[in-house]
Each structure stands twice: as structure tokens, then as C-alpha cells.
Write a protein that binds this ligand. Structure first.
Ligand SMILES: NC(=O)C1=CN([C@@H]2O[C@H](COP(=O)(O)OP(=O)(O)OC[C@H]3O[C@@H](n4cnc5c(N)ncnc54)[C@H](O)[C@@H]3O)[C@@H](O)[C@H]2O)C=CC1
Ligand SMILES: CC(C)CC(=O)C(=O)O
Ligand SMILES: [Mg+2]
Length: 375
């Protein structure tokens, strides 16, 4: 077995970011210990914490460290003091967008799975979502988030632009993923209204000729939003532009049980980045209630990126063990007492190290599940 040395740039960010990152690092350390790999973690500032410390949401030192690293693990960024101040000149989100653009991270891959053990407490109809398993390919460095924007007192605009090149490069990745899955690709767009969407359709139709074994269908985004909840099993690979992918994947997280369950990998021209799809959930900061599984599964995607497939599989099995044994944070716990972020992460790390059978259940934290904890 090859032993790897990897340097991982860790950007914990704001809110719950540091808490969920800590658990992902804990589990990666367990993988390193078990298999003999050397993971070096280097922590850097990004987001609101970076603005507070340096005036910049993405300090040069952080960006340079990301270029040098073998992979990047990101928690989340964002803080209400910027969200609630429309006049703020510098925003944490600018740092994230700049990082994605600078690293050429044009494809954000977001897997969504309905976990059987979580079905009984789902707000969705179990018989509709059981077995749902889809993979989002969200374009990440173009579209309306990156277009020219502006405003005067009474008017504001955000431009949405896409080029053939930007569409084609992610479309190829999505088709290749579909070939390795159930061979279906759904393009989600708004081609009845948007010129950019018509270009997406045109390019995807052309590229589909190179992937004759993949069935392609096309859905308008408004319909797709409904179909996701009504009949999610119809989806295999979902390809879409930046903003639609952002919104639909948060919606799809309900199928998985919680926003705290969905991981992602952002890949492109250089080093890859791994992050949970959720934000900084500021209401939960410091309360030890955030679900760390999205961050931990993002770390598992990092291991797959390093081609450490056995290690990644073990990590995913450890997560499944936590779900099976109901070692759940309040967002997933149906009633009664839940576990803390740290307890869930520690349990998963021990499962990686010792195998599930030998791991004692962690002590429950005194955390009554109630609306006050699930804001
Ligand atoms: N990639 C990133 O860093 C992202 C940053 N943001 C930023 O995060 C801040 C908060 O944004 P929101 O719209 O409130 O989105 P959010 O994703 O932070 O939270 C929305 C809701 O999802 C649930 N949730 C999120 N993460 C969870 C977790 N790990 N465990 C359990 N429940 C979880 C909570 O109920 C929460 O109220 C904003 O400043 C926003 O700009 C939002 C999305 C992505
Ligand atoms: C700054 C936003 C685009 C972050 C976000 O919501 C995401 O990437 O999912
Ligand atoms: Mg989002």
C-alpha cells in the first residue's frame, strides 16, 4: 500500500465553519493514523474572520497557500454583520468567489443520497424519496454571480454571461460521470426565457452526440424544483448553471435529511477544494449543534480525489455507522436527546480507527431537540 504525504490547506471560515472543519480534520487524522498517510494541515484565514484580521476576505497569504497545497478543505464563510449591511463595501462572499475563480474551480460536484435510516423522520413522502441518488454538476465560476453588477439609487443589475467554452468543459465532466452511473443526464435551465440557457441547451445537445450511451433530458428550473421533491428518483446526473445549482442543491438536501449532510468537491484547472454545501449557520456558532457530516463527507471526497478509495469507503461506512446507531446532531434527531458536533465527529473518527463494533457510544450531551436548536 502506498503511503501518501499530502498538505491540506484548511480554511475554517466563520460561524460553524471552524467546528465542522475540526471534525473533518479529526476524521482525516484517524484515516492517516490507520493507513500510515501523512496529512499536514495548514490553517488560513478566509471570510469575515479574515476581513476582521486583515481587511481582506481572501488575504494574499491564504490564496498563495491554496495554490501550494495538494487540496483545500473549507468550512463556510459569512456573517450577519455583512449580510445585514447592504452598504458593506467588502463582503466575506467576495473572498469565496475570488478563491473559486482564481483556482479555476469551474465544476462543483454535489452528491445527494436518501439515507434509508433517516427516512422515517423525513418531511417528504418516504415512498417517493427512498433510493434517490443523484449527482449535481453545478457550474461554479461563471453566470450571474460573476457578471458585471451595478446600481444607482433606484436601479440595480447583475449580468449573466456564459461562453460555449465554459458550458462545454463542465458538460463533458457531467457526461463522463453519467457514463459511470445510471447513464442519464438532466440539463436544468430556463431556455424558454434566458438567452444563456438557450446556449446551454445548444452546447449540451451538440456534446451529447459524443455520449450516445447517455440519455439526456431537459427541464426548466421551475419544474425541476418541483420534480426534485415529487419524484427525485428520476434524476441521475443533474447539470446546471451556477445560481440554479446553488439553489436546487440546497433544496435537494431535504432528500438527504439535512443541509448538514451534503458534501461537495470543486474541481477545475488546479488544486481541488472540498466543502460542505451549507453556509456558516451563524445561529449555531459555538453551540456544538452543527452537523459535521457534510464536512466529513467532503473530506471523504478529498480522499477519492487522492485516489485513496479504500480510505474514503471506510470513512463513508463510519458515517453510516453513526446514522445507524443514531449518533445524530439535532437537525437529524427525531426526538429526545441529540449528540453534539464534537461527539458525532469523535464517534466517526473512532469507527475509522477501530471498526464500528469496538466503539463505545459517546456520552449524550444534554441537548433537548426542539425548535430552539433547529433555527
Ligand atoms: N459556502 C459557503 O461558505 C456559504 C456561505 N453562506 C453564508 O452563510 C451565512 C448564513 O447563510 P444561510 O442562508 O443562513 O445558510 P446556512 O446554510 O448557513 O444555513 C441555513 C439553515 O440550514 C441549516 N444548516 C446549515 N448547516 C447546517 C449544519 N451543518 N447542521 C445543521 N443544520 C445546518 C440550519 O437550519 C440553517 O438555519 C450567510 O452569510 C451566507 O452568505 C451560505 C451558503 C454557502
Ligand atoms: C457565496 C455563495 C455563492 C455561496 C453558496 O451559497 C454556495 O456556494 O453554495
Ligand atoms: Mg449555496
Amino acid at each position: 500500500m502506498d503511503v501518501l504525504n499530502k498538505t491540506i490547506a484548511v480554511l475554517p471560515g466563520d460561524g460553524i465553519g471552524p467546528e465542522v472543519c475540526r471534525e473533518a480534520v479529526r476524521v482525516l487524522e484517524a484515516v492517516g493514523e490507520k493507513f500510515g498517510h501523512h496529512f499536514t494541515f495548514e490553517t488560513h484565514l478566509m471570510g469575515a474572520c479574515a476581513i476582521d484580521a486583515t481587511g481582506e476576505p481572501l488575504p494574499t497569504e491564504t490564496l498563495e497557500a491554496c495554490f501550494e497545497a495538494d487540496a483545500i478543505l473549507l468550512g463556510a464563510i459569512g456573517d450577519p454583520k455583512y449580510d445585514n449591511n447592504p452598504a458593506a463595501k467588502v463582503r466575506p462572499e467576495q473572498g469565496l468567489l475570488k478563491l473559486r475563480k482564481s483556482l479555476g474551480l469551474f465544476a462543483n460536484v454535489r452528491p445527494v443520497t436518501a439515507y434509508d435510516v433517516l427516512l422515517p423522520h423525513s418531511p417528504l413522502k418516504n415512498d417517493r424519496i427512498a433510493g434517490a441518488d443523484m449527482l449535481f454538476f453545478r457550474e461554479l465560476t461563471g453566470g450571474i454571480y460573476f457578471g458585471e453588477k451595478g446600481r444607482d439609487e433606484n436601479t440595480a443589475f447583475d449580468n449573466c454571461t456564459y461562453s460555449r467554452y465554459e458550458i462545454a468543459r463542465i458538460a463533458h465532466l457531467a457526461f463522463q460521470a453519467a457514463q459511470n452511473r445510471r447513464k442519464k443526464l438532466t440539463l436544468v435551465d430556463k431556455a424558454n426565457v434566458l438567452e444563456t440557457s438557450r446556449l446551454w441547451r445548444e452546447v449540451v445537445q451538440e456534446i451529447s452526440l459524443e455520449y450516445a450511451d447517455v440519455a439526456v433530458d431537459y427541464l426548466f428550473v421551475d419544474n425541476a424544483a418541483m420534480q426534485l421533491i415529487l419524484n427525485p428518483r428520476q434524476f441521475d446526473v443533474v447539470l446546471t448553471e451556477n445560481m440554479f445549482g446553488d439553489i436546487l442543491s440546497d433544496e435537494a438536501s431535504v432528500i438527504a435529511g439535512s443541509l448538514g449532510m451534503l458534501p461537495s468537491a470543486s474541481v477545475g484547472e488546479r488544486v481541488a477544494l472540498f466543502e460542505p454545501i451549507h453556509g456558516s449557520y451563524p445561529q449555531a456558532k459555538g453551540k456544538n449543534i452543527a452537523n459535521p457530516i457534510a464536512a466529513i463527507l467532503s473530506a471523504a471526497m478529498m480522499l477519492e480525489h487522492f485516489e485513496l478509495y479504500q480510505e474514503a469507503e471506510l470513512m463513508k461506512q463510519a458515517v453510516q455507522e453513526a446514522l445507524d446507531k443514531k449518533i445524530l446532531t439535532p437537525d437529524l434527531a427525531a426526538s429526545g436527546v441529540a449528540y453534539g458536533t464534537e461527539q458525532v465527529g469523535t464517534f466517526i473518527a473512532y469507527c475509522v480507527l477501530d471498526g464500528a463494533v469496538d466503539v463505545a457510544l459517546p456520552h449524550k450531551v444534554n441537548m433537548e431537540v426542539g425548535l430552539s436548536t433547529i433555527i
